[in-house]
Design a binder for this molecule. Structure first.
Ligand code: HEC
Length: 98
């Protein structure tokens, strides 16, 4: 029955990244950017923002709130990085147009 525990652990580990959606072509279209831009934003979000705390799902905040949060949290980042992360989070934000 040991495999069952591994299965459950794997499920928990995967669940952590499921809350950070992978962008698809439809998401890129409604955001008005390329899919690559969104994918880059997601990568940066995971690498730059997951170090100190759990990754908050993009639906944690509204678009306008994310702008301020990323400004505040991304003080050490390049402005292009901040922008990519903001674009990604805004696309999946609580009040994003789906
Ligand atoms: C150097 C460590 C560190 C990094 C890197 C970091 N955070 Fe935070 N974050 C914190 C701490 C500490 C808090 C709790 C205190 C606070 O709210 O300021 C927090 C709180 C938060 C909150 C909840 C509070 C709120 O305002 O709603 C969000 C959302 C958040 N961070 C997003 C981000 C994002 C997005 C990034 C990447 C740009 C990021 N964090 C990178 C340390 C960090």
């Amino acid at each position: 029955m040991r495999w069952l525990w591994w299965f459950i652990l794997l499920g928990i580990a995967c669940g952590a990244s499921w809350s950070v959606p992978e962008p698809g072509p439809d998401d890129a279209r409604r955001a008005g950017v390329t899919e690559e831009t969104l994918a880059q934003g997601r990568r940066l979000y995971v690498f730059r923002c997951g170090g100190c705390h759990r990754l908050y799902p993009p639906s944690y905040a509204r678009r306008s709130e994310w702008q301020g949060i990323v400004q505040r949290m991304g003080k050490g980042l390049a402005s292009e990085e901040v922008e990519l992360i903001q674009t990604y989070l805004s696309t999946f934000a609580l009040d994003a147009v789906k």
